[in-house]
Design a protein around this ligand. Structure first.
Ligand code: DQA
Length: 142
């Protein structure tokens, strides 16, 4: 199986940004973790990050016919991007939304996800482990 892992705006700032919320580990460490977990699950992964909504839309579109599933942390776009919602719906690939932090224990504006409605499910609050669990769910799916 081939899984696309997409990270949205500011996820590349892990290890620098709000460490009390997102932890000490940097983005390279997240990529390495995802690579190791994928290898253990025997799935192929491509990990991409973009600060641009349109680029994320394009990456989702390009996943059509090329990947078997998507793990996405849309970051701030989670809370308002109808374009990402529509892109996930358009390709109709099994998609799991991941958030490092527990968005429900934070500011009210983070409680709502616009994008989760197009996803199989959502995992939040478990840090890096959320990505591993999402990969596992996709690996075990049909
Ligand atoms: C996040 C949560 C979002 O609210 C925030 O804008 C992010 C990261 C998370 O992984 O916890 O950038 O998606």
């Amino acid at each position: 199986k081939k899984i696309l892992v997409l990270n949205g705006p500011n996820i590349n700032m892990l290890g620098v940004r709000e460490k009390n919320i997102y932890g000490q580990q940097d983005y390279a460490a997240l990529c390495e973790y995802i690579g190791q977990e994928a290898a253990a699950l025997n799935v192929e992964v491509e990990v991409r990050q973009s600060n641009f909504e349109g680029e994320l839309v394009t990456l989702i579109q390009q996943a059509y016919g090329k990947f078997d599933g998507i793990v996405i942390n849309p970051a701030a776009l989670t809370h308002y991007s109808v374009a990402l919602l529509d892109a996930i719906k358009a390709v109709a690939l099994p998609t799991i939304e991941v958030h490092l932090s527990n968005i429900h224990s934070r500011e009210e504006f983070r409680h709502r996800s616009v994008t989760a409605a197009a996803c199989l499910g959502q995992i939040c609050g478990l840090g890096f482990q959320g990505y591993a669990l999402a990969l596992r769910a996709l690996a075990e799916k049909g």
